[in-house]
Design a protein around this ligand. Sequence first.
Ligand SMILES: [Zn+2]
Length: 476
Amino acid sequence: MKLSPNAPLVRFACPAACLALGLVAPLRAQDSLADQYRDAAGRLLGAALVDIEGFAKLEYLTTHIGHRLSGSTSLEAAVAWTHESMGREGLATRLQPCMVPHWVRGAESVELLEPEQRSMAMLGLGGSVGTGPEGLRAEVVVVTSFDELESLGREAVQGKIVAYAVEWKGYGATVAYRSRGASRAAALGAVGVLVRSATDSSLNTPHTGALRYADDAAKIPAAALPPEETEWMLRQQLAGKKIVVRMNMEAETLPDAPSANVIAEIRGSELSDEVVVMGGHLDSWDVGTGAHDDGAACMAAWHALTLVQRAGLVPRRTLRVVLWTNEENGLAGGRAYREGLGDSAASHVAAIEMDGGCERPTGFGLSLAGRSTEGDDEGYERAFAMLADICSLFDAIDASEVQRGGGGADIGPLMRDGVPGLGFRTVGEHYFDWHHTRADTLDKVEPDHFRRAVGMLAVVGFVLADMPETLDPSTR
Ligand SMILES: [Zn+2]
């Protein structure tokens, strides 16, 4: 059934029997967005679901370029390769240069000396200082929370290595010990910290990630241990055993290095100054190859744009993909992108970020600056209904769920200035098993899940860039 764009219609095709039974859906004054874009979505989703080139891009990135830590030559190889390849596909491309932190890990180890001798799986935290060539040998004091650390006080902590054997209470709560644990312990005289990895389940796998030193505390070496090791230490301490370790870390921070956001776009046919931006971060940690975090998102967003272009679809507004640099340890790329827009972000009608891995997609989340997601804000409810209408196009792949709240770190600066923010959502069953580990590699990405992500980004990006209205007219 071909529907003319603006004609009233019976919403659901209905066999004659339905008509006879009086089960005809109500007439609508206007087509739903899903109906207006059903043909385009079918072409984009169909192309994505049989595609093999997008996954080949991810294979190249993760296998032949490798990890992409800020300041590394491999990140800049990824910047150059994506930029050139996008250009070869005929997309309008440019680089947006910015300086990024340059932290290097070097050799590192944690040796347990007492109550037994063995090495422990570990990863230094991004941004940590090193131990010096002689290493750091000290007794360990294990705590299960910041409150416990504070109650022990300086007397118990001074000169010791603090081990945080904290409970997993979700990423947001547990990651606080990775971010702030070093400075909180240093303020009480600790000389080093060992932090439980921010993960729920582990096969003795340490997870790295950025720490933040406070200005008013000494900078002490910090490393992540697998939960197996922090919990073992806690049991030893409760049994009255003395725990001694030696930390060796060559980590150091070099002067900032040049990098760039990679930008590609299809310019809008009518409102080219209005932009829908989507993407992920091209940088990764230096362990594993950043397949889920966030290589798959970058390749999916790029390939989504490729498929829109190949389908010959030119949206009314500009549809732009940005591969942000330096999300992991600085957010320099996200900031540079916002600063590049000047005084106002009002040119941007929506920003879509995918940075939660590429497991089976379920839909999108939505946030609007300053608007409640609790059901009591008319503007939010209107936008939510529009997005739900668009996402109903993903019913066939069981990915039409719209959640209240969405966005991401790289589009944070845009969202704070009023741009509607969308976060790509997945089932999220295993992401934090792989996140920031040596195990974040291509074999963990299911090609079918990746293809769905490509198709969904293509459809949502295209529809938001082409539809008559915008999600939040109040910001324009
Ligand atoms: Zn990420």
